[in-house]
Design a protein around this ligand. Structure first.
Ligand code: 2AM
Length: 480
């Protein structure tokens, strides 16, 4: 065969990746379980480049030069295993299979090991950028062995987004590291979106702006430090009018956010690693609350007669909040949430021996992906200059940035609480910063309680050692 690379799984993401490869001059073999999809691709877009239509897995394998490079873009989970089961017996030692779907990173670790036993090189490739990104240049997060990257990387780097001449694609680390990083990316995406949503809610509620003014506000913010894809499309979505009713689009959409599960995976993994990603966690929980429609209705009704003294309505003076406060708070909260995400990547890397360079992430997230933002350039610089800083919040640039905006963030959370506007991510990241800054935390009391009921022991501030107080006897302290 003479094709340099294959794509199997030609739903919209796979189709667009295949077209992206062909448009960049690569000879691409295309295959899909349901052949009509592959035929349609060649029919419709064949003029864009050099496609080879493969009707079967055998034809796909035969179409490729060696070592073969096969990109799998099917539904994550069982479908991926089904495709691997079909392909692998047809492959030769040294061939490369890259899973570009949204696999759980633990599945990728498992598949990498299983295929390595058979001499097949496996890559888990995180791809972000949606349909348009897949076609025009996504951000790509590959996890694989270095020799595999040598064969596969040049293809991925050429089709990825670029900032100046730098590709938004680099080898993240071994086996599951690419999908791990993609997962954290998606978690950050959850918190970014929820923060934007909370900001919108406060602008419309307590500040009383009409929706078109909120749209204008986000549009103006996109020329500031908040410049980002998500802020830009927020302005567009908010400015959109429903053709049917003439009402703002955002007012006719049912307010129950869905999730495909990567936020949940991020939180589950973070809990396993013991890393507090409170922004991502609250964003994930907020989606669950929004989708809990029956309970929402029941509790709303049950609490209807309760007057909790909230200001309600749109009394901006009563809550002491300005539009500029929200801009500053949104930036600060984003920074905190990114800091938490980067901490999680560092811990995951340590736990799995992946040796991930955190500066790589912010660098390849600068363009192509959903969380692309001006902020990511500054994060890259800070992490490069201070690789050993235990938190992004401990780097000079971002310590100053957050310190400057902390009063605004506090006013935003205060206003949210006073007006009864739920702002779980704003509240959570502020509490996180306050906890990190605190001289003493009430964790000391928690330790005392644990020692009381479970003899779990404690350490002292003034002496080395582990201690237990004999609570049920004379309350003497003993060395444990
Ligand atoms: P299909 O067109 O034959 O359904 C997204 O669903 C993509 O994953 C589609 O290309 C789909 O192929 C493919 N897919 C889903 N389950 C699959 C399976 N078990 N085997 C192969 N491809 C599958």
């Amino acid at each position: 065969g003479t094709a340099q690379v294959a794509v199997t799984g030609l739903a919209v993401m796979g189709r667009n990746l295949a077209r992206n490869l062909a448009r960049n001059g690569f000879r691409v073999a295309v295959h899909n379980r349901t052949t009509s999809r592959a035929e349609a691709l060649v029919e419709e877009f064949g003029h864009e480049g050099d496609f080879t239509l493969a009707r079967t897995a055998e034809e796909l394998v035969a179409a490729l030069e060696r070592p073969r490079r096969i990109i799998v873009m099917v539904k994550a989970g069982e479908a991926t295993d089904a495709v691997l089961d079909e392909l692998v017996p047809l492959l030769d030692e040294g061939d490369i299979v890259a899973d570009a779907g949204n696999a759980h990173w633990r599945d990728t670790v498992r598949r990498h090991a299983a295929l390595a036993d058979k001499g097949i090189r496996f890559a888990g490739v995180g791809v972000s950028g949606g349909e348009v990104g897949a076609l025009e240049g996504p951000s790509i997060m590959p996890g694989c062995d270095a020799d595999t990257y040598g064969e596969l990387g040049p293809f991925l780097e050429i089709i990825s987004a670029h900032v100046d001449d730098e590709p938004c694609c680099t080898l993240i680390g071994p086996d599951g590291s690419g999908h791990f990083v993609k997962m954290v990316h998606n978690g950050i995406e959850y918190s970014d979106m929820q923060l934007i949503a909370e900001t919108y809610d406060l602008l419309r509620g307590p500040l009383g702006l009409p929706v078109d003014a909120v749209a204008d506000t986000f549009r103006a913010w996109n020329d500031t430090e908040l410049e980002s894809y998500l802020v830009q499309i927020t302005a567009e979505v908010l400015a959109h009018t429903d053709a049917d009713t003439g009402r703002p689009f955002v007012d006719v959409v049912r307010d129950a956010a869905e999730q495909k599960g990567t936020g949940r995976w991020t939180v589950q993994t973070a809990l396993d690693l013991g890393v507090p990603v409170t922004g991502i966690a609250e964003a994930t929980m907020a989606r669950a609350v929004s989708g809990d429609t029956e309970r929402r209705a029941a509790v709303r009704e049950a609490l209807e007669p309760v007057d909790d003294g909230d200001e309600g309505g749109s009394d901006a003076a009563a809550v002491d909040l300005s539009v500029d406060d929200l801009r500053a708070a949104l930036y600060a909260a984003k920074v905190v949430s990114y800091a938490q995400g980067l901490d999680m990547v560092r811990e995951g890397s340590r736990e799995n021996d992946w040796d991930i360079d955190p500066a790589d992430l912010s660098r390849i997230w600068r363009d192509g992906c959903i969380i692309r933002a001006r902020l990511l350039g500054d994060i890259t610089q800070a992490v490069e200059e201070h690789p050993d800083a235990p938190s992004l919040l401990a780097t000079p640039t971002f310590a100053a940035a957050v310190a400057d905006r902390l009063p605004a963030l506090r006013r935003v959370v205060t206003a949210a609480v006073a007006s009864g506007t739920p702002a779980p991510v704003f509240s959570a990241v502020l509490a996180y910063v306050d906890a990190l800054r605190a001289e003493r935390l009430p964790a000391a009391l928690v330790q005392g309680l644990r020692d009381y009921f479970g003899a779990h022991t404690y350490e002292r501030v003034d002496r080395e050692g582990t201690f237990h107080t004999e609570w049920s006897k004379d309350r003497a302290e003993v060395e444990a």
